[in-house]
Design a protein around this ligand. Structure first.
Ligand code: HEC
Length: 129
């Protein structure tokens, strides 16, 4: 049992060291003009979903969906978001599609996650993707 445990620990340390060397010494492909690999997408998309579920605060939207707040929200969206996510004047944003990963086009498909998780993502942004 002791030898198995020692072997397991040594194996884990060697594996972690190998991953560190691979990434730290520049073997990881960092080009943003190529699509992410399947493993990277699966891992990081899942990570973002679980992260938003875990940390999205259980708070209620303090703004009621009145005509006034919705009109103000539309103006804010057009000014700050539509350039990348698409709006009435540019339903599909070429600029947004040029990012890696591409900006989701919200006029085609609204975000399908609960409002509190959307709030958390918009409030803090997302890194490492
Ligand atoms: C400069 C371009 C740009 C602007 C401006 C921008 N975004 Fe984004 N946004 C992106 C990109 C690119 C992604 C995809 C990031 C990713 O998948 O990791 C994204 C992702 C998102 C997501 C996550 C969608 C998902 O995958 O669940 C939300 C929500 C979002 N943006 C909301 C907004 C809002 C609200 C605004 C305006 C206040 C805004 N964005 C402005 C580029 C932009």
């Amino acid at each position: 049992m002791g030898k198995f445990l020692a072997g397991f620990i040594i194996g884990a340390v060697v594996l972690a060291g190998g991953v560190y060397v691979y990434i730290h010494y520049g073997f990881l492909d960092m080009r943003a003009d190529r699509a992410s690999g399947r493993w990277e997408r699966a891992c990081m998309n899942g990570a973002l979903d679980r992260y938003a579920e875990r940390y999205g605060p259980q708070v209620r939207n303090p703004l009621e969906p009145t005509d006034a707040t919705l009109i103000e929200g539309i103006a804010l969206y057009k000014a700050d978001c539509a350039g990348c996510h698409g709006g009435p004047d540019n339903p599909v944003s070429e600029l947004g599609l040029g990012f890696n990963p591409p900006a989701p086009q919200f006029l085609r498909a609204a975000p399908g996650i609960p409002g509190n998780q959307n709030y958390w993502i918009i409030r803090h942004g997302v890194r490492m993707r």
